[in-house]
Write a protein that binds this ligand. Structure first.
Ligand code: CP
Length: 312
């Protein structure tokens, strides 16, 4: 987490973050979550300004960053591509510098292109948080998934998770792989060969191992958690999704019965119900932690925002 001269911390990726930095953010989120109720307001960021610059659509990330910033007492502004001067040809860098000139302390940036938050971080003086850049990373989603898994598991070492679906196109998978393996969890990447190439086994440096399987039914009995990913129709070129995706890789109600009863089901959302996950599984109150992930995202993003300005 690079630190600038005035103690501002960017969060551009989970790749390269040490285990103690990850745990420190999870601990801080837990303090926000449990202090006198769920995510109570504080004045930690009073007098600060947070800009949400979302150049790609979002529901969960954008709204939870806004709620998190307001619960910390910050002033917030929101900008999307539509309705801004980007539509008149202004560049992303000029847009970021213009917003910063209004007195912004933290920029939260979502972009279709990999590397946009890092490029902007090099050009501005405020802290920059990556809210998802192309296929690269989605670090706050990865952190809220770690937070949710720690609630379920207690600890990460010795656990095994299956991440199932369109791994090649998934920034959520990439952030989870880096965070989970750093904390000692074994990650099984599961899906069709075109979306889950063997080369992904070399993506992380451990200590947790990464392995690839193209057989979901074979891995179900041995996992401690399963994370289903959205088939990203908007990123697939040439309609490469096979007709039998659901039959081979969907978490159907029948497949879910083969998981141990204590195994949580995660999904970062938005879901394609009936494609990668059946409604019976997504809405199962015993197994599904999908809405808990969303709820946990607020406290986690409070922790990331506080850290970004050195206020935690
Ligand atoms: N999980 C996630 O990033 O969802 P949004 O696209 O709705 O923010």
């Amino acid at each position: 987490m690079p630190e600038t001269a005035d103690h501002r911390h960017h969060l551009l990726a989970l790749e390269g973050l040490a285990g103690d930095e990850l745990v420190s953010l999870l601990d801080q989120a837990r303090r926000f979550h449990t202090a006198a109720g769920s995510d109570p307001p504080t004045s930690l960021l009073a007098g600060r300004a947070v800009a949400n610059l979302f150049f790609e659509d979002s529901t969960r990330t954008r709204c939870s960053f806004t709620i998190a910033a307001k619960r910390l007492g910050a002033l917030t502004i929101d900008l999307t591509g539509a309705g801004s001067s980007l539509s008149k040809g202004e560049s992303l860098l000029d847009t970021a510098r213009t917003i910063e000139a209004m007195g912004i302390d933290v920029m939260v940036i979502r972009s279709r292109a990999c590397g946009t938050p890092a490029m902007i971080a090099d050009a501005v003086r405020c802290a920059v948080i990556n809210a998802g850049d192309g296929r690269h990373e989605h670090p706050t989603q990865g952190l809220l998934d770690l937070y949710t898994l720690r609630e379920c598991w207690g600890d990460f070492a010795g656990r095994t998770i299956a991440i199932v679906g369109d791994i090649a196109n998934s920034r959520v998978a990439r952030s989870n792989i880096h965070g989970l393996t750093t904390l000692g969890t074994e990650v099984l990447l599961v899906g069709p060969p075109a979306l889950v190439p063997r080369s992904l086994e070399r993506i992380a440096l451990g200590p947790g191992r990464v392995s690839v399987s193209h057989d979901l039914d074979a891995v179900l009995p041995r996992v401690d958690a399963i994370m289903m990913l959205r088939v990203q129709f908007e990123r697939l070129v040439g309609g490469a999704i096979a007709d039998d995706y659901r039959a081979l890789y969907g978490l159907t109600a029948q497949r879910a019965e083969r998981l141990r009863p204590d195994v949580p089901v995660l999904h970062p959302g938005p879901m394609n119900r009936g494609v990668e996950i059946d409604s019976e599984v997504a809405d199962d109150p015993q197994r599904s932690v999908i809405l808990r992930q969303v709820a946990n995202g607020v406290a986690l993003r409070m922790a990331v925002l506080a850290r970004s300005v050195g206020a935690s």
